[in-house]
Design a binder for this molecule. Structure first.
Ligand code: ZN
Length: 330
C-alpha cells in the first residue's frame, strides 16, 4: 500500500508537466458574446466598447475568458483540447488512491489584453501545483491547480488558474438521518396504510379519478369526497435521476431516485432497490415492498420499489448501504 507521503511525492513529480493545449473552438465572435451576456443577465453588452474597433460589441467581456477554450458538449475525440498523458496519469494516480470524486473549487484570471471579434485563441496548460493531503467537508484529497496561458493571434492575452479537489468521498450512509415523513391530517391515512403494508391511493367518489399524493380535494372536479383504493404494487420506472451531489448523510452517492408509474396509472417518487444507478432503465418493471428504512430499531416503514429483474437472486443479495436491508423488512 502506498503511504500518504509516497503518494504526495509521486503526485508532486507532475508539477510543471503539460496538462493540455489546443486552439479555441471558434475565434472570438459577437454571437457567443451576446449569448454569454444574455445568460449572465447583462442587459447592455455594449457597455465597454473599444474605440480602436468597430462593431456593436468590440471587446469580449474579460470574465468569459474560459468560454473561448472550452470544448463543445459533443466535441468528437481528438477534435477539442488535447489533454496531456501526464495529466491523465496524475488523475489515474488519484483515482487509484481512492480520490475518485472531483469538484472545481476556484479559478483566478489575469487579463493582459482585450479580446476582439476575429481573434484566434490558442492555449497551453501546465500542472502548476498539487497540495498536500487535505481534509474538507466533502472528503479527504488533494487540490490540483492548472495554469493556462491564453494567446490571441499569438500574443499573450490572459492567464487562467483553475483548481480542483480530487477527493475520497465520505461514503458512510447513516440511515437514521433519512428525512422523516411529514404526517398531517391530509395524508395520515396513507401512512396508516404503510404501517399495515398497504399502499393506499385516494379515489374521488364524485368523478372516480385515482390520485396520488394524497390531498384534500380532487384535482379534476374539486370534490372533497373520496375513498381509499389499495394499489396492487405493480409498476414501472417512468423516469429517474441519479444523484451524485450534493451529499446527504443518509445516502451514499451515486444513488437513483425513481418516478414510478403504478399499474393503476398514478405516479410516485421512490427509491428503486435491487438495481444500481447504471442498471436502472425507463420502463423497467418494479414491485412494491415495505422496509424499515431508519435501521432495525426503528419501526417507521417506507414503501420502496424493487426492480423485478433481480427478484430471483435477491435471497442471496448482500445488504447494500444505499438500499433498505431486506432482513429488516417485516
Ligand atoms: Zn373528482
Amino acid at each position: 500500500m502506498v503511504s500518504d507521503d509516497d503518494l504526495f511525492a509521486r503526485l508532486r513529480s507532475y508539477e510543471g508537466c503539460p496538462a493540455a493545449s489546443g486552439t479555441g473552438r471558434y475565434p472570438v465572435n459577437t454571437a457567443m458574446i451576446s449569448h454569454w451576456c444574455e445568460v449572465m443577465g447583462d442587459p447592455d453588452p455594449d457597455a465597454t466598447p473599444d474605440p480602436a474597433h468597430e462593431g456593436p460589441t468590440a471587446v469580449a467581456p474579460p470574465a468569459m475568458l474560459q468560454a473561448w477554450i472550452m470544448p463543445g458538449p459533443t466535441t468528437a475525440p481528438g477534435a477539442g483540447p488535447q489533454r496531456s498523458a501526464a495529466y491523465g496519469e496524475l488523475l489515474a494516480l488519484l483515482d487509484a488512491a481512492g480520490c475518485t470524486a472531483v469538484v472545481a473549487t476556484d479559478c483566478e484570471q489575469e487579463y493582459l489584453r482585450p479580446l476582439h471579434p476575429g481573434d484566434v485563441i490558442t492555449f497551453d496548460s501546465v500542472i502548476e501545483q498539487i497540495s498536500p493531503r487535505k481534509t474538507t467537508s466533502l472528503g479527504t484529497g488533494h487540490f490540483v491547480t492548472t495554469r493556462t496561458e491564453i494567446r490571441a493571434n499569438g500574443e499573450p492575452a490572459a492567464t487562467h488558474r483553475f483548481r480542483i479537489l480530487k477527493y475520497r468521498p465520505h461514503h458512510a450512509a447513516d440511515a437514521s438521518r433519512r428525512p422523516r415523513p411529514v404526517v398531517d391530517r391530509d395524508n395520515a391515512g396513507f401512512w396508516e396504510g404503510v404501517a399495515e403494508n398497504r399502499l393506499l391511493l385516494q379515489r374521488c367518489t364524485a368523478c372516480d379519478r385515482l390520485r396520488f399524493p394524497w390531498g384534500p380535494g380532487c384535482p379534476d372536479c374539486g370534490s372533497d369526497r373520496w375513498e381509499t383504493a389499495e394499489a396492487s404494487g405493480a409498476g414501472t420506472v417512468h423516469s429517474y435521476v441519479v444523484v451524485h451531489h450534493p451529499p446527504h448523510p443518509a445516502f451514499a452517492p451515486p444513488y437513483a431516485v425513481g418516478l414510478v408509474e403504478l399499474a393503476e396509472g398514478v405516479r410516485m417518487i421512490s427509491t428503486v432497490t435491487g438495481a444500481g444507478p447504471a442498471e436502472l432503465r425507463i420502463g423497467m418493471p418494479v414491485e412494491l415492498e415495505f422496509a424499515r428504512a431508519y435501521g432495525p430499531g426503528d419501526a417507521q416503514q417506507l414503501p420502496f420499489f424493487r426492480a423485478r429483474h433481480q427478484r430471483d437472486s435477491r435471497q442471496d443479495a448482500p445488504c447494500r448501504e444505499d438500499a433498505p436491508c431486506r432482513q429488516d423488512a417485516p
